[in-house]
Design a protein around this ligand. Structure first.
Ligand SMILES: NC(=O)C1=CN([C@@H]2O[C@H](COP(=O)(O)OP(=O)(O)OC[C@H]3O[C@@H](n4cnc5c(N)ncnc54)[C@H](OP(=O)(O)O)[C@@H]3O)[C@@H](O)[C@H]2O)[C@@H](O)CC1
Ligand SMILES: Nc1ncnc2c1ncn2[C@@H]1O[C@H](COP(=O)(O)OP(=O)(O)O)[C@@H](O)[C@H]1O
Ligand SMILES: [K+]
Length: 510
């Protein structure tokens, strides 16, 4: 079920271009020659190619900077391994500087102008035109080459990033190369995580180029990829010394009649994710609908005006508020009342959208015991323009969390979880089968359940995103949100088993 790239990653952090430059400079200060880093980078790409394809006519497209320098290393190593290699250069080879000039000097074959590059003569093309710090849109020969690659069915391998993609950015105004394989160095960059840039990368490999330990010094809190060893799962063992009230009480606010399905999904997800007791708090008119469709989930009728009192009566460890709740003033008042009690809360869907006209009123009441779970549309309503103004969802979620004072979980194929203190995590362990109505309601319930079981909100959100993602891999084709509920126990079981295996390996020192 672990169908992501975690297995090929040397470490969980995400580095932006500035961070990569700092790590590079650190390595050089520690005595690692930058030429050595470039040789290892090129070797990493050449080995990745040879592991996937038998020798075939290959074109290496080299740009004017160090990305092009890597290209000359790749050309030399492939040729030494018996590959028929042709090198094309964007610009004059004599104009290359530093390490790139040195590596070009070690290439003893011919160098043709990129202008003469024709895809139909090659079965594999290495894109070493521009690296992660792309400074402007592709144009001229580079644009022409990227277009011709898109028209032909040859394998394309991008060095560091597909040219046209900036490593810090999730998207670009302009054209970019579409790669089958992208080989990057040391750590993933934001562009490798978020669509549409991610879609241009194809398979992604991270190559260790030997930057010495210590490169993190002074880097601050780096965003990290959520990985199994770092998540906290509910205790689902057979220990008999437990009571349902000790396993976490979760409350979920139900919506008006005809719209209770979303809250019921959250509530059921809460039980499946290990909460001992889950109560749907129902407006009186919804009670029968909610009760008749729920067995293990409890239902309670609540009065119109005293939500804080309702919460003090039920004393939940956590509250989920928003799924199918209805956009009205009552919901606004209930969200603010809940926040004023300090209860740990997941604010989802309508609980976010209802503040579209006055997000500051929400922000003034928020605290770090709350988790906001917007998809991009809801995020835009709370933080107008922030996504567009940010290089990637990673930056947007970080800024949103700092503006609002709450944990923010920004949903998508890669989900970002940000804490107001600056910590950021990205979950990429998720199946596209999660793109089905109601799957976000299930996620909200899982987060609430983990918080109700005593897991701190940021950690609960990270862990829930990973568990929800794992459940997605257990979904059969055509699986709905109801099916997603049904596979949460299997997801818990497989993650628990894998975590146990990793712990055992760790104890054995392997
Ligand atoms: N850091 C490390 O540890 C390691 C890094 N390594 C490698 O180095 C790569 C980064 O190298 P880099 O900084 O030289 O950048 P790269 O893109 O090759 O060249 C910039 C040049 O391109 C130009 N230019 C930019 N956009 C353009 C456009 N659209 N159209 C036309 N021109 C454009 C730009 O021009 P300027 O903006 O200055 O006018 C400048 O001249 C990195 O991705 C990795 O592969 C490895 O060796 C391992 C160790
Ligand atoms: N293509 C995808 N790959 C992985 N996860 C996805 C994808 N599309 C959506 N998801 C996940 O599915 C959930 C959808 O939530 P949401 O947009 O709130 O849907 P709904 O409101 O219907 O419940 C989120 O957790 C999101 O991260
Ligand atoms: K490239």
């Amino acid at each position: 079920m672990f169908k992501n790239m975690a297995a090929t990653m040397p470490g969980p952090e995400v580095l932006d271009c500035a961070g990569m430059t700092r790590a590079d400079a650190f390595a050089v200060r520690q005595g690692v020659a930058s030429l050595t880093l470039m040789e290892r980078a090129g070797a990493g790409v050449a080995h990745a190619i040879m592991a996937r394809w038998a020798p075939r006519p290959a074109a290496i497209l080299c740009g004017p900077g160090n990305n092009g320098g890597d290209g000359y290393v790749i050309a030399r190593l492939l040729r030494d391994a018996g590959w028929p290699v042709t090198v094309f250069s964007l610009g004059d080879v004599a104009a290359l500087k530093g390490d790139a000039a040195h590596m070009a000097g070690l290439w003893t074959g011919a160098v043709k102008s990129l202008d003469s590059f024709k895809t139909e003569r090659f079965a594999l093309v290495v894109d070493a035109l521009f690296g992660a710090g792309l400074s402007r849109l592709l144009d001229g020969m580079a644009l022409k080459a990227s277009r011709s690659l898109a028209e032909r069915d040859c394998a394309v391998v991008a060095v560091d990033v597909p040219s046209g993609v900036n490593g810090d950015e999730s998207g670009s105004e302009g054209a970019c190369v579409k790669a089958d394989l992208t080989v990057t160095f040391h750590r993933l960059k934001p562009a490798h995580l978020f669509h549409p840039a991610r879609a241009a990368c194809g398979e992604i490999i991270v190559v260790d180029i030997g930057i010495p330990d210590g490169w993190r010094q002074g880097a601050g809190a780096l965003p990290e990829i959520v990985q199994l060893p770092g998540i906290t799962l509910p205790d689902t063992g057979h220990d008999r010394a437990v009571h349902k009230h000790g396993k976490g009480r979760l409350c979920v606010l139900a919506g008006p009649p005809g719209a209770t399905g979303a809250a019921r999904l959250s509530a059921m997800a809460g039980l499946k994710a290990g909460a001992g007791l889950v109560t749907l708090l129902c407006p009186p008119a919804s009670l029968m609908e909610a009760a008749s469709a729920s067995l293990a989930v409890m239902t309670k009728s609540i009065r119109e005006d005293d939500f804080a009192d309702t919460l003090s009566l039920h004393r939940p460890g956590a509250l989920v508020i928003g799924p199918g709740a209805g956009l009205n003033e009552t919901l606004k008042a209930r969200v603010l009342a809940a926040l004023s009690t300090g209860v740990q809360a997941v604010l989802d869907a309508d609980a976010l959208s209802v503040f579209a006209d006055d997000p500051k009123a929400l922000f003034a009441a928020l605290h770090d015991r709350a988790v906001l779970t917007p998809h991009t549309g809801e995020f835009e309503r709370l933080f107008p323009g922030l996504l567009d103004a940010s290089a990637s969802p990673l930056e947007a979620a970080r800024a949103g969390s700092q503006q609002s004072g709450a944990n923010v979980l920004l949903k998508g194929p890669a989900t970002v979880i940000a804490h107001p203190d600056g910590r950021v995590a990205v979950n990429i362990h998720a199946s596209g089968r999660l793109a089905t109505a109601g799957s976000g309601d299930v996620l909200a319930g899982i987060i609430g359940a983990l918080m109700a079981q005593g897991i701190a909100p940021f950690q609960a959100a990270r862990s829930a995103a990973f568990l929800h993602g794992e459940a997605g891999y257990h979904l059969p084709p055509g699986g709905t949100a109801e099916d997603l509920l049904a596979v949460i126990p299997a997801a818990l079981e497989s993650l628990g088993r894998e975590q146990e295996r990793l712990l055992t390996l760790n104890r054995l020192g392997r």
